[in-house]
Design a protein around this ligand. Sequence first.
Ligand code: ASP
Length: 313
Amino acid sequence: MNKHLLSIDDVGADEIQEIFTTAAEMHDVQSRQVKKLPALRGRTVINLFFEDSTRTRSSFEIAGKWLSADVINLSAKGSSASKGESLRDTVLTVTAMGIDGLVVRHGASGAAEQISRWVDVPVINAGDGTHEHPTQALLDAYTLTRKLGTLEGKHVAIVGDLTHSRVFRSNLKCLTKLGATVTAVAPPTLMPAGVGDWSKAAGFSVSYDLDEVLSGSRRADAVMMLRVQRERMSGGFFPTAREYTVGYGLTRDRLARLEPGTPILHPGPMNRGLEISADAADALDSAVLDQVSAGVAVRMSVLYHLLAGEETS
Ligand code: ASP
């Protein structure tokens, strides 16, 4: 395995399966009363978050703690970054304290990779701008594997604000590496520029018609709804929220037409009533909370694979 996890490009299909095997073992720990494993005792991990997060930061924290690592959370708001300190100085300062791993979220695409060149400890990308969010994709694929048995030959629809989505970019790579086919579904204004050439090169399909992807002989075996990321939008990408929902939301009507047993995923946070109806979010086939619980197991596995083998000096 590479030293860092900056992108899904850093892991091959076999390594992903290895991560899943360890995650399944870690998943069992979650149901125990005493959840601590000694694997990372004596190691210190810093969660360095320059962007808001609920699930990713807390699950990295829980994952580290259940492996007995010391985990320190640092967010831009409470740190010297808000006093004008440069990213490089902040990163060099925290690593000079003698830490063993860095989990980083930043609003700029490429930030995690840049940071990995400044430090000599493993860096895990917890989301960099609109670029990648590899552990999210790993936990999504892990969740789907548990639901569908295998991803080989399965068809996954990824629907929503694809232009701004790092989850889309990482999932596309991860799902296709594991043998699934992907259809990207979005209104033209939220479909990434150049998707025609990209889809040919990367081997995925593009559709502007959600209903078509959810029905018929090539219907999706799983549906991943992505959030409309208003914080990354400047200007209007669709006329009204209602229009977006009618065209691209997983509404109650669309839910009723889904084949029973089709997993519904959403990485969160959800805009209920916009890209996903409350009925779909809470449906029997909703895997949203399975994703959250898988998030801890997969992040334990990633921390274990990247840090447990590292020599401490
Ligand atoms: N939580 C995910 C992310 O950080 C998805 C989202 O924000 O919509 O990319």
